[in-house]
Write a protein that binds this ligand. Structure first.
Ligand code: NAD
Ligand code: 2HG
Length: 628
């Protein structure tokens, strides 16, 4: 039995309503423009939602337009750039099914035809209204004999086509649903890539957020082996809206949640999720990973990844990405600001002023110039701080577990103890690895100079808070800034509790070292781009737990991704299978780390399903994915 596809034009095949676009062209420069456009939009929606008869909606809109034949050229040009993304990428479908595809629209043939014939729709498979012009070329109406100018017109046209086969309707409006309601279609797909009309979706047999979804459902080859809208993304902890926008535009189904989730909540929520986005609060534990049934990637929308069980992710073939330097500068600036505020006791002075107390005195206030700044952890943040601090006259010392290049005139110290005893100001910029738990305890404080300034913008568990409190109370520490805490509230609605509350010359901030608009927007762009690269091409650049592979763009080939435990002989077994199936390898890329091997194989021939199964069955396989 043949399959026929009836496709709507406005807001389905193109992202926009052509009449809205025509209005903005024809009313260009007119003082009425905004008001008329709004009215046209309202009439379009009413017609599409079924709140108003279609014919009246069309008539009223045309009257408002004041359009002329000359406006059609720029309209067609503009529409060419507005073809829906999933239609654009599935040109093969239009070619292969040309005899079975019809575009039936209540819009106008004058602009529909040039757009859809470009896609490969046959001219005699296009049904639409026709404009009527006067001798000056002004639009004065439409051909009222055309069935598509009437309510129920689409059904009438389809009936007249007398198609012998199954009929599938793809559209966003009530008038598309009417075809199914008239008993003329086997299925109505509510197309929601551009606009989602709840009243229409409710009545549809299937919601199609893209053409890929329709093709997947119909078992027809599509540009994507798996429709992106079936890939669920869960974004927690209020990540920047940019991330939502990018992932949504990519076609994924994205859910956002403003706060963090605890382990049990996340174990529940993670089911069906392919991409998880978190910040520093959500703990992605082994239990969470074990509950995840579809997870492919985790995005840490921050620098630190200590909140993620990276090994458990590796074991399940889940790639983890972060933003290693998007908020570096913000943390450094806060460190500099804190140093100056603390060394001058500014916060306490300011609080006193707010209480009406004037305490003009230089006692305990110092310049930073010439003071010894000790940086523990000379990574991206530590090193950048070193440069800025030096330019402000601080004498920089650092200690790092790894060999690091000293920037400017900074002095590398060989032990933590040496740094503790040398520095007037100590600032922590180590990562949150478990071994750093309580790196700074009473013992460390006892090795510091008296009246030291102490700053922790790294991770809460790195410092024993009780010991810090004692050091402040005993005046060992003259001032401190703490941005990170062993226990932090999950959201802004939870109260903050700490032994440090109320202590003198102590700046407490709610883990906002990296929370600037610039940094968050940067992160909101950086992490989704890494994840999308991974999902679309297999590239793992910047992954923190996968071997990093930068892959070439794929052309006319299929890409197979195989993730396995790093044991000898896997690639030989894979290639033996390719040889057995007489499949030519056009590119193969392998990279391993201590735990896993990551192999990408590009092949130039359609692959049989048995090959896929055999590749999955290779012992030590963790995950297998076909990209195209
Ligand atoms: N407060 C915030 O909002 C905020 C923002 C960004 C980053 N951070 C924290 O800052 C940390 C550092 O960020 P980064 O980008 O500089 O990371 P990084 O990985 O570039 O640098 C960390 C450095 O610390 C060193 N290190 C680790 N443990 C050490 C130890 N015990 N003694 C000495 N050196 C040690 C490492 O060798 C590395 O050079 C992040 O891991 C994150 O936890 C906090
Ligand atoms: O924004 C966050 O939640 C964490 C910021 C910071 O700790 C980081 O690791 O980048």
């Amino acid at each position: 039995m043949d399959k026929y596809f009836i496709i709507d034009f406005d807001s389905t095949l193109t992202r926009v309503e052509a009449m809205d676009l025509l209005a903005s062209i024809s009313l260009q420069g007119s003082p009425k423009k905004a008001a008329v456009e709004a009215k046209i939009k309202e009439l379009t929606d009413k017609g599409m939602n079924g709140e108003m008869s279609f014919r009246s909606s069309l008539k009223d809109r045309l009257l408002l337009l004041e359009a002329n034949k000359s406006h059609l050229v720029p309209l067609i040009d503009a529409l060419k750039g507005q073809v829906s993304a999933s239609f654009k990428r599935n040109k093969d479908f239009f070619r292969s099914y040309a005899n079975q595809i019809y575009v039936i629209s209540n819009g106008f043939k004058e602009y529909i035809e040039p757009i859809v014939t470009d896609l490969g729709v046959l001219p005699d498979h296009i049904f639409a209204n026709q404009l009527v012009f006067n001798e000056d070329g002004d639009v004065i109406g439409f051909d009222e004999d055309n069935p598509l100018s009437k309510d129920g017109g689409k059904a009438e046209v389809i009936k007249s086509l007398d198609l012998d086969g199954d009929i599938y309707v793809i559209g966003d409006g009530h008038n598309d649903y009417e075809i199914k309601a008239a008993g003329l279609a086997n299925k109505f797909y509510a197309f929601t890539e551009n606009v989602k009309r709840e009243q229409v979706v409710e009545k549809a047999d299937h919601e199609a957020p893209s053409l890929d979804e329709v093709l997947f459902e119909q078992k027809i080859a599509s540009a994507f082996s798996y429709p992106k809208n079936r890939i669920k993304v869960l974004l927690l902890e209020n990540v920047h809206p940019k991330a939502f926008e990018l992932l949504k535009n990519e076609g994924f189904s994205v859910e956002v949640y403003p706060a963090g989730l605890d382990e049990d909540e996340l174990c529940e929520k993670i089911k069906g999720v392919s991409i998880l986005g978190i910040r520093s609060k959500t703990q992605v534990t082994k239990k969470v990973i074990e509950s995840a049934d579809r997870l492919m990637a985790v995005g840490a929308f921050c620098i630190g990844t200590n909140q993620i069980d990276l090994e458990a992710c590796q074991e399940k073939g889940i790639a983890v990405f972060n933003a290693p330097f998007s908020n570096t500068r913000s943390v450094v600036e806060l460190a500099i600001g804190s140093i100056i505020m603390l060394i001058r006791n500014i916060f306490d002075k300011s609080v006193a002023m707010h209480q009406g107390k004037w305490d003009k005195s230089a006692k305990g206030s110092k310049e930073i110039r010439g003071k010894k700044l000790g940086i523990i952890g000379y990574g991206n943040i530590g090193a950048q701080l070193s440069v800025l601090a030096e330019s402000m006259g601080l004498d920089v010392y650092y200690y790092d577990l790894e060999e690091k290049l000293a920037l400017g005139n900074a002095t590398k110290l060989d032990s933590l103890d040496e740094l503790l005893s040398t520095s007037d100001i100590i600032t922590l910029h180590v990562d949150g690895r478990p071994e750093n738990k309580e790196l700074i305890t009473a013992e460390a404080f006892s090795k510091m100079k008296d009246q030291v300034i102490f700053i922790n913008l790294s991770r809460g568990h790195v410092v024993n808070i009780g010991d810090l409190k004692n050091a402040i109370e005993s005046k060992k520490v003259a001032g401190c800034a703490v941005d990170v805490f062993p226990k932090e509230p999950k959201s802004n609605d939870e109260p903050f509790e700490s032994e440090l509350i109320g202590l003198p010359n102590v700046i407490l901030t709610p883990h906002i070292g990296g929370s600037t608009e610039e940094a968050q927007e940067n992160i909101g762009e950086f992490v989704p781009n890494r994840i999308m690269e991974y999902i679309n091409t297999g590239t793992t650049t910047n992954s923190v737990n996968f071997p990093n592979l930068q892959l070439p763009k794929l052309q006319n080939a299929h890409r197979l991704i195989h993730i396995h435990h790093n044991v000898p002989g896997i690639i030989a077994k894979m290639n033996q299978l390719f040889a057995e199936h007489e499949i030519n390898i056009v590119g193969q890329y392998l990279k391993t780390n201590e735990k896993i091997g990551y192999v990408i194989t590009d092949i130039n021939k359609a692959y049989p399903q048995e090959l896929i199964q055999s590749l999955k069955n290779i012992q030590h396989t963790i995950k297998f994915r076909v990209l195209y």
